[in-house]
Write a protein that binds this ligand. Structure first.
Ligand code: S3P
Length: 442
């Protein structure tokens, strides 16, 4: 067992959370700000940057590719853009750690370069599917090798890519973003269609860097050869991190809980709609401002929830929130059914199987489906038992079961939690400030 696998949480039962909190910056937006800043002409100033392991992997990789980056403060980054043709070969393999977003977006960014690159990652990332990006990139002329579809990903120098006309078979913002990055250095126009709306941070941010991106229904059009101009990027609080406190608030904020400065891009907030369908008491107070991404304060108050059938069109809009959504469902009255969520099986862990076994360990009746989960909630007055959960090194599983301590009658031990630092540094401190009885050991 590695040192990090020994880190664990002990979450003792608590009944209440409260207060006003901010969460660290958005992970998706922080990755993109670094990458677009690196490709731009001129400087990019990032504020609210998420200094998590995943985003620092992107930062380190860009430096290895010759981009000058300074970090005058923990959450402030200055990127001295190398220009679209200014990157140079790294001295060795680029290590993406646990970060699927970094690996897939770098595949697009590096596919059209005139030097070779190799991308590797940790044990979880080395198991994840990469052909969904490699295949369309090859049709653009890229030379990419995977190991039976998985990393290491080897990218060979090419002289030029050609634009692509592509209908994505899976709803994936990572695939879409990788293709948009490759399209920037391709000859001619690219057209990419998505089967369902996914997070659109790349499109929004490209426009902020002065790139013309056209959107017509499900289709995105972009001309190759456009230059990016460095700019200021203000990163909002990560909705996916706020989600743990949003659900905690639904379960235990009798006096209310406020989350400040959270990104509420509608392609990210499916969880809000799902909780509202369950009867949650949530109020979104938009903040003004000229940022490319909408920001709000979110107020939540505890209220009894009812089980729901989750509309499948909400799944891609809440794709990272299912671990903690299942905890809300475990507290609700009656059955909750999620289908159309097969993508959860190829995240940092198989989130359907890992959540089902964790929930069962706490006494929740649940049925694992090929593309979802059916579970029976405890309902008002009901409670989960305590138990021991293996997070399988998945940050969002670890944090979700910490929230479950609001509806448990005995302690929950959660193993293998070091990877919480990939997305949410400071989670356990913030959780304690909100009222959870969470301690970290190992
Ligand atoms: C992300 C897209 C999603 C999400 C991931 C971040 C992004 O992945 O799960 O955490 O930043 O583009 P998919 O594109 O694989 O759905």
């Amino acid at each position: 067992m590695t040192q990090s696998a020994k880190r664990r949480y002990l979450a003792r039962p608590t009944r209440s959370v409260q207060g006003a909190l901010s969460v660290p910056g958005d992970k998706s937006i922080s990755h993109r700000a670094l990458m677009l800043g690196g490709l731009a002409d001129g400087d990019t100033e990032i504020s609210g940057f998420l200094a998590s392991e995943d985003c620092l992997a992107t930062l380190t990789a860009l430096r290895a590719l010759g981009v000058g980056i300074e970090r005058p403060a923990e959450t402030r980054v200055q990127v001295h853009g190398a220009g679209r043709r200014g990157l140079r070969a790294a001295a060795g393999a680029l290590d993406m750690g646990n970060a699927g977003t970094a690996m897939r977006l770098f595949m697009g960014l590096l596919a059209g370069q005139q030097f070779d690159s190799t991308l590797i990652g940790d044990a979880s990332l080395m198991r994840r599917p990469m052909e969904r990006v490699a295949q369309p990139l090859r049709t653009m002329g890229a030379s990419i090798h995977t190991q039976q579809g998985r990393p290491p990903v080897q990218i060979q120098a090419v002289t030029e890519l050609a634009g692509i006309d592509y209908r994505m078979p899976v709803a994936s913002a990572q695939v879409k973003s990788a293709l948009l990055l490759a399209a920037l250095s391709a000859r001619g126009r690219s057209s990419i269609s998505e089967p369902a709306p996914t997070r659109d941070h790349t499109e929004r941010m490209l426009r902020g860097f002065g790139v013309e991106v056209e959107r017509e229904g499900a289709r995105i059009g972009i001309d190759g050869g456009q230059r990016l101009h460095g700019c200021a990027v203000e990163v909002p609080g990560d909705f996916s991190s706020a989600a743990f406190f949003l659900v905690a608030g639904c379960l235990g904020a009798a006096a209310g809980l406020t989350l400040r400065g959270i990104g509420i891009n509608p392609t990210r907030t499916g969880l809000l709609q799902m909780l509202q369908l369950m009867g949650a008491d949530i109020e979104v107070e938009p903040r003004g401002g000229a940022s490319a991404e909408p920001i709000a304060d979110i107020h939540v108050r505890a209220r009894a929830l009812k089980g729901i059938r989750v509309p499948e069109e909400l799944v891609p809009l809440a794709i990272d929130e299912f671990p903690v959504f299942f905890i809300a469902a475990a507290a609700a009255e009656g059955e909750t059914l999620v289908t159309g969520a097969g993508e959860l099986r190829v995240k940092e862990s198989d989130r359907l199987a890992v959540m089902a076994s964790g929930l069962r360990a706490l006494g929740v009746e649940c049925e694992l489906l090929a593309d979802g989960l059916r579970l029976q909630g405890a309902g008002p007055g009901g409670a989960l038992r305590g138990g021991r959960i293996d997070s399988h090194g998945d940050h969002r599983i670890a944090m979700a079961f910490a929230v479950a301590s609001l509806i448990a009658r005995e302690p929950i031990e959660i193993d293998d939690v070091a990877n919480v630092a990939t997305s949410f540094p400071g989670f356990s401190d913030l959780a304690r400030r909100a009222g959870l009885a969470l301690s970290e050991e190992g």
